[in-house]
Design a protein around this ligand. Sequence first.
Ligand SMILES: [Zn+2]
Ligand SMILES: [Zn+2]
Ligand SMILES: [Zn+2]
Length: 283
Amino acid sequence: MHLTFLGTSAANAYPEPFCACEHCHQARALGGRSLRKRSAMLINHDLLIDLGPDILASANQHRISLTQVRFCLQTHAHADHLDLSHLQSRSPAFGVVGTPVLDFFASETTLHQADAIYRTFLAHEPLLTPATETALRVRFHAVEPMHPFKAGPYRIIPFPTNHAPGALLFAIEDGVHTLFYATDSTSWEEAIWEGFHRFALQFDVVILDHTYGPNQPPGEDHLSANHVITYAHRLAEEGRLRDGAHILATHIAHEGNPPHPQLVTFAAQHGYEIAFDGLQISL
Ligand SMILES: [Zn+2]
Ligand SMILES: [Zn+2]
Ligand SMILES: [Zn+2]
């Protein structure tokens, strides 16, 4: 399994271009890994997590082609994770050559929210119809928490989160390695831990929401550094981590998180790693 982080910031980029805070000043001066686009990731060359607003800019910056993307797992419909104009711009109507049909998986709620966005702002016609699927070369699939499904070579298990109606976290297995992708989650409900047990999951990589930083009180809609530390310990205690497993933080906001070098130092003291845009990991 080959992982590429296309973006690692929270809803506003890091630095937030409109922000004059110390972290944003420092990040602009440092550049490099301290510059974050909004969160999305690519698995191998064919599985995208989130049709995010920055995936085109990120793919071009890191010289990554998305021509082989066959599957998209959509966590939820918030604007920092879903830009439906990508479905239009990758379609034959925009002169794009050779795009495979995209199997797009999301909760029923997220699909209906996407339909409303598409009708209102993009095309003035419904999204979830066979005609639109044909025109956009996409197939929409509603998936439910705790109901595993197959996507090509992958077995996917969606997990629930109270972050937003219909929001999902995903466990992804390719038959050899297992990943858990958990941006945009509130404090985990016990059902998540029970699901790890029920499906006998052991992870090679766990990617966690780190919206709120060290010493910052957690908000109600996202995880914080303290959550990541606590969950990393519990994952280890419950035997959910394979030898050499990576715990990586993503969805990093500017308010409470220092620029990349300082955040890396903090995380290393607590046994986890900080993702950055363009980071690639081969398992
Ligand atoms: Zn988000
Ligand atoms: Zn700032
Ligand atoms: Zn969100």
